[in-house]
Design a protein. Structure first.
Length: 249
C-alpha cells in the first residue's frame, strides 16, 4: 500500500521537473556561456538570471518529490511514472512557454514515453520500496554510466559532430542524474536500516559528484540545444538509467 504513494509523488515530480527545466532553459539562454574551467563564476552567472534561479528553486521541489517517491516505492515504478511526464513536457512547453512543438516531436515524445513505460512494466516485479543491492554490481553499473556520460561530454573532442553537442550534453546530464538517483535509492535503504548514520556512505559522495556534474552539463546543453529535444533526451536517459538501476537497488 505504501508503494502506491510513490505514484502521486512521482507525478508531482514529473510536473515540477518539466516546469523547472523550461524555466532553466529560458534563464540559461540569457546567461553567459557555461565555462566548466571556471565553475564558481559560471554558477554565479547562471544564478544571476532570475528565470534560471526560479527554475532551480522549482527543481529543488521536484527533487524532494523524487526522493520521497524513491523512499516508498520501487525505483522502476517511480521512473515509469516519470516517463509518462514526457507528454506533459510537450503540453507545458507549448501552452505555457509558447514553444512550438512539431508533429514529429509530439510523435517522438509519445513513443518515447510509451517505450519507457513498457520497459518498466516488463521488468521483474518487485514488492515494497526495495533498496537492497549488491555492492559490486552497483559499483559496476554506476561506473559504466559515468563512463558513458563522460564520452558524451567529450563528444566533439573524439570526433562527434559539434552541432549535436547540445543534444549529447543533454544525454550526458540525464545519465549523471540517473547515477545520482540510483545512489539516492541506495542511501534511502541504508538510512531506513541504520538511521542517520546511513548517510555516511560512499554513495553520498557518488550522489553529490554526479549531481554537480549533471548541473553543469545540463546548463550547457540548454544553452547549445533546442529546449524540448534537449530536455526530452535528458529525461529519457535519466529514466532509462533509473529503470535499469531499479533491477539493482
Amino acid at each position: 500500500m505504501t508503494s502506491l504513494l510513490g505514484i502521486p509523488l512521482a507525478l508531482a515530480c514529473a510536473l515540477t521537473a518539466n516546469i523547472a527545466f523550461l524555466f532553466k532553459h529560458r534563464g540559461a539562454c540569457s546567461a553567459p556561456a557555461v565555462d566548466i574551467r571556471k565553475p564558481l563564476r559560471t554558477a554565479r552567472r547562471l544564478f544571476g538570471s532570475r528565470l534560471f534561479t526560479i527554475g532551480m528553486a522549482i527543481g529543488v521541489v521536484a527533487w524532494i518529490f523524487h526522493v520521497a517517491a524513491l523512499s516508498v516505492a520501487p525505483m522502476s515504478l517511480v521512473q515509469s511514472v516519470l516517463a509518462g511526464g514526457m507528454v506533459l513536457l510537450a503540453v507545458m512547453a507549448e501552452r505555457i512557454f509558447g514553444i512550438r512543438i512539431g508533429r514529429r516531436q509530439w510523435i517522438g515524445l509519445g513513443l518515447t514515453a510509451l517505450g519507457l513505460m513498457l520497459l518498466a512494466v516488463t521488468l521483474p516485479v518487485v514488492h515494497g520500496a526495495h533498496s537492497g543491492f549488491s555492492v559490486p554490481g552497483m559499483v559496476s553499473f554506476e561506473a559504466g554510466l559515468i563512463c558513458a556520460g563522460t564520452l558524451l561530454v567529450m563528444g566533439p573532442r573524439i570526433g562527434a559532430p559539434r552541432e549535436h553537442h547540445g543534444f549529447m550534453l543533454g544525454a550526458a546530464a540525464g545519465i549523471l542524474f540517473g547515477v545520482s538517483d540510483i545512489a539516492i535509492k541506495a542511501i534511502s535503504g541504508l538510512v531506513g536500516a541504520a538511521g542517520v548514520s546511513g548517510l555516511f556512505t560512499p554513495w553520498t559522495l557518488f550522489c553529490l559528484v554526479a549531481s554537480v556534474a549533471a548541473f553543469y552539463a545540463s546548463a550547457k546543453s540548454l544553452q547549445d540545444g533546442e529546449a524540448v529535444p534537449v530536455i526530452a533526451v535528458t529525461g529519457t536517459t535519466a529514466n532509462v538509467a533509473g529503470i535499469l538501476g531499479g533491477i539493482i537497488v
